[in-house]
Design a protein around this ligand. Structure first.
Ligand SMILES: Cc1cc2nc3c(=O)[nH]c(=O)nc-3n(C[C@H](O)[C@H](O)[C@H](O)COP(=O)(O)O)c2cc1C
Length: 358
């Protein structure tokens, strides 16, 4: 009989190592890869690795609250499962398995419209706090139908991902000749995504009352336009470095966006978040929630639903330790003064958060 997961996985490093040995080369490269030179991927880590902590001491941290609010709902951590299109290639049950892990642990899930087994089956799989992300593949009436279905199935917000005007060149997939099983489905109607503009955002806001998230904001200029359109959530992201190569790290652009947005919208972020300390850094800068992309896939790849639950438990442990050592008992006490710029101690890359990996 296998040892319980609490014994099998004492660290996140072991989760990553297990995922790497379980996944076939194609799905592994799909999960961890980025666009072209993968410079944006490394800059995501570079931005996090370039922040150091300034801890405060002697502040009674015997009781720490690491829970957070997510669209008005209390959740166990200020993180959510970021949308992943091909989860069914990583874990049996695809998005339904992610939903089960999210519900079991107590964090929200953002479901991708291209992920199997689809909106209705994923919603039925578990009682999660959930939001829905759409890749636009047809006309406005088609989008409206997704909004209706999302609303009918308990999704609390609707998201357009907007950093996908063209599908990038993921060279690990190309070199490995990994033909994604969902490729045909994913590109059909892609011209509608390329044709998106702020007109569709305005149209959505005029027509629908489900809160709107714009995912893929990477500049302060676009954050300001989103605020003018009444968007509820500005999701700072470069798609984990999987789309535009040679972008800035998303945590590097976060401070100026937060400064401009103030409290006119919530700001969420993702890109390279692998550790509890990473999440605490985003919270200290002022983000409201952090999306976990590859880490979600790694947890599921390591040991399915329980593997992702264990991943979240380890992340929670790291977050609570980090908060206590910084001298705070909740995120509300964190400020940018808990952070300082510092040169990265290792060359940043996807796995620089896991130095023990061979
Ligand atoms: C395998 C994979 C598939 C993804 N599919 C989608 C998707 O369908 N929709 C979307 O908006 N973002 C997608 N993303 C981007 C993630 O939602 C998220 O922005 C990114 O992974 C965050 O960076 P991280 O992986 O370093 O945490 C995907 C990311 C990965 C790794």
């Amino acid at each position: 009989m296998n040892a319980p997961l609490t014994d099998q996985f004492l660290t996140l490093q072991e989760i990553v190592a297990a995922a790497r040995s379980n996944l076939a080369p194609g799905p592994w490269s799909y999960l961890i890869g980025g666009a072209e030179t993968e410079t944006t991927v490394r800059r995501n880590r570079m931005a996090l690795d370039s922040l150091a902590f300034r801890p405060r001491v002697l502040r009674d941290v015997s009781r720490i609250d690491s829970s957070a609010m997510f669209l008005g709902q209390k959740v166990r951590l200020p993180v959510f499962l970021a949308p992943i299109g091909g989860l069914e290639s990583i874990v049996e049950g695809g998005a339904a398995s992610a939903a089960r892990a999210a519900a079991q642990f107590g964090v929200p899930q953002m479901l991708s419209s291209v992920c199997q087994p689809g909106l209705e089956a994923t919603a039925a799989a578990a009682d999660t706090v959930r939001v829905f992300q759409l890749y636009v593949r047809s006309d406005d009436a088609w989008t409206d139908d997704w909004v209706r279905r999302a609303k009918d199935h308990g999704f609390r917000a609707f998201c357009f991902t907007v950093d996908v005007a063209a599908y990038s060149r993921r060279e690990r997939d190309l070199v490995g000749r990994f033909i994604k099983p969902w490729r045909a489905r994913a590109i059909e109607g892609a011209a509608f995504q390329a044709g998106l503009s702020w007109d569709q955002v305005k149209r959505y806001k005029d027509k629908h009352d489900l809160p709107l998230i714009i995912k893929g904001i990477a500049t302060v200029e676009d954050a300001e336009i989103a605020v003018q359109h009444g968007v509820e959530v500005i999701y700072v992201s470069n798609h984990g470095g999987r789309q535009l190569d040679h972008g800035l790290g998303s945590t590097a652009v976060l401070p100026e966006i937060l400064k401009a947005v103030k409290d006119k919208a919530e700001v969420w972020v993702d890109g390279g978040y692998m550790r509890g300390s990473d999440v605490v850094k985003a919270m200290a800068l002022g983000a409201k929630a952090v999306g976990l992309g590859r880490l979600t896939g790694l947890g599921l790849g390591a040991a399915g639903v329980p593997g992702l639950v264990r991943t979240l438990e380890l992340l929670e442990d790291e977050i609570r330790i980090c908060l206590g050592l910084l001298g705070v008992t909740s995120y509300a006490e964190l400020t940018p003064k808990h952070l300082a710029s510092a040169p990265p101690a290792n060359l940043p890359d996807t796995f620089s958060a896991f130095p023990l990996l061979g």
